[in-house]
Ligand binder design. Sequence first.
Ligand SMILES: *Cc1c(COP(=O)(O)O)cnc(C)c1O
Length: 402
Amino acid sequence: MFILEKTTEQVKEVRVVRSVYFDHSGTTPVHPAVAEEMYRYLIGDSFGNPSSVNHLGLQVRKKVTEARDIAAQAIGAAPGEIVFTSGGTESDNMAIHGAAYTNKSRGNHIITSAVEHHAVLNTVKALGKQGFNITILPVDQYGMVSVDDVAAAITDRTILITIMHANNEVGTIMPIAEIGKLARERKIVFHVDAVQSFGKIPVNVDELGANLLSLSGHKIYGPKGIGVLYIRKGTRWRQTLFHGGAQERLRRAGTENIPGIMGLAKAIELAMENREAESARLMVLRDKLIKGLTSIENVRLTGHPVKRLPNHASFLFKCIEGESMLISLDMKRIAASTGSACTSGSLEPSHVLLAMGIPHADAHGSLRLTLGKDNTDDDVDYLLEVIKPIVEKLRNMSPLED
Ligand SMILES: *Cc1c(COP(=O)(O)O)cnc(C)c1O
């Protein structure tokens, strides 16, 4: 991608600057075909309320049905099992809160992992303060949950297991199908956050053994603020968070986000069409990044070396602050990300890296490069070219160096 940069106020001179986006796990650009589809539902007479019994409402209602069919087919579900939500965070909250309270008479034990997205982890922790008994499973050095640990944690009081399909920070793909099998044998509701995996690796609710599964639009070139919660027919789950109208068959009250739903359906269609070829293409770029960066001294890969998302490369740089690295890369117009989040001025290292046993000091030196549809081999070369002098410079001025 190239952007024009004005170098003077009068635009006497225009420089073309390379701009590279390597943060697709954070969010993705809206695909032009998605934007076009959404625009159709923002203008003219496509503004109907699908709950209204008039021709405008009925017309939109039909389109929502089509969108639901597309979402269902993509994950091997039935259309009646698809609920549109406001995104991955809402899907996770709805899934976990609903399953916990619906099964309260059967038990109060919930199992999750230490590397979940905060939308899952903080929801489970909140339930812990409301009388639920929480087990947060450890992970190995690759950020992987062990199936044996899940089995050992299950008790007669266990009502819910929630484990992510693929990790957003380190790209590790979890043994979801095996955990799903365990959950089914023990008749425990199983929720899977598939926000990162969908569109990159196969996501089939039967193969994964999921009762509940979360998707988000903006991680797959769709809009922000729209997502899906899959709810398997017969699952002991009912809605516990929203009180209102009868939309989404009483599972999610509130007038539907029609442009969002239509955009999401288009994004899902494109993801299904392109997944295999695109994942194969990105895997080559990913491996080139990994090879190039790990050849720099004191840089290592984080996450699983093989069982990882095809577009995901994440690293630890010894004696470098991830934030400084991000700023230096950004000055070269490379948008990347770090595992650590800056909370109110103080740097808190990533809970994922800490759970993987990485020491506090080292966890600050993380860099995540996640690839997407507009990335090329040239982008990778550009990064590999600019990063070496940056590493050298930052290490020379690092207070962390001994
Ligand atoms: C982005 C993300 C979410 C949150 O989705 P939103 O649509 O941004 O609310 C949840 N889980 C994972 C794994 C994610 O990467």
